[in-house]
Design a binder for this molecule. Structure first.
Ligand code: SF4
Length: 283
């Protein structure tokens, strides 16, 4: 019987991230989650957009697609609908997913597509040298905001909860929480429906505000008594500003898009869907 180790999933291309980038933690967590699930790489598809984190599919042995900026979610929806047997992952940054790609997030969530979206949040655009992003803190000074940003940051957990995701979690790519991140990814893979993991993943090159040091002081585990099926409780937790809670915020079960699609096809079949007839009528 084949044994799976994290080494089985190392891709042909070596990571080109800056030494110490938080994204290494996410890649390591994926290698470990896949090996613990003993998943065959040929059953995994990883879709990304553009940005430092968007490079991840290049470094992992699985089917991968490096899509256009902000468009990873609709590509992944197509992959999952076309081949429901695949374990589909979307990886991407806060810039990619919450700026140009922000319009796709609610629709992937409300459809309850059975896939896992890992949003790797470094609170800036790393690949283009550190401009502020939708999750940069207010007053954040960067090349594109030399006197500080004026806006309040977006809260990805709150958005995901409101959009209707059926699994919402936050992880941290720092060494102290790597095992927890592996567990969250494993649990997300087991969840039937749209699972969203917001991963705090610092950029060590351009971000002098959101750093491993600052996050180490802010991150706290979610209390074991937290009721994961209560969306209001999850929202209240996500809105706590003084600390950043990590762990599982919310998890419920609902029919997935693919399940509804199968039911719909059966219904169409019962009413005698006649493709040949339709073709003749409209040609
Ligand atoms: S620029 Fe920042 S986000 Fe990009 S690879 Fe380097 S450390 Fe990571």
């Amino acid at each position: 019987m084949k044994r799976y180790t994290p080494l089985n999933y190392i891709g042909r291309n070596k990571p080109v991230w800056c030494a110490g980038c938080g994204d290494y933690g996410v890649l390591t967590a994926l290698f470990n989650a896949f090996s613990q699930k003993e998943i065959d790489a040929k059953n995994v598809a990883i879709i990304s957009g553009i940005g430092c984190s968007g490079r991840l599919p290049d470094f992992i042995k699985a089917y991968g697609f490096h899509g256009a900026h902000g468009r990873a979610l609709p590509i992944a929806i197509g992959v999952k609908v076309a081949n429901p047997s695949l374990n589909v992952f979307v990886v991407g940054g806060d810039g990619d997913g919450l700026s140009i790609g922000a319009g796709h997030f609610p629709h992937a969530a409300r459809k309850n597509i059975d896939m896992t979206y890992i949003l790797m949040d470094n609170s800036l655009f790393g690949m283009t040298k550190g401009q502020f992003s939708p999750t940069s803190p207010c007053k954040f000074e960067s090349g594109s905001s030399p006197y500080g940003t004026l806006e309040e940051p977006m809260n990805p957990i709150v958005l995901s909860l409101i959009y209707g995701s059926t699994f919402v979690a936050r992880g941290y790519s720092g060494p102290s929480k790597l095992n927890d991140l592996i567990n969250l990814i494993r649990e997300a893979m087991e969840h039937k429906g749209f699972s969203f993991i917001h991963v705090l993943s610092p950029c060590i090159t351009y971000n002098r505000v959101v750093t491993f040091q600052s996050l180490n002081a802010q991150v706290v585990d979610i209390d074991e008594k937290h009721e994961i099926t209560d969306r209001n409780e999850a929202l209240a937790l996500a809105l706590r500003e003084e600390k950043l809670s990590v762990g599982l915020f919310y998890k419920i079960t609902k029919p997935t898009f693919n399940e509804k699609l199968v039911a719909m096809s059966e219904k169409c079949g019962k009413h005698g869907l006649d493709i040949e007839g339709l073709y003749t009528k409209f040609t």
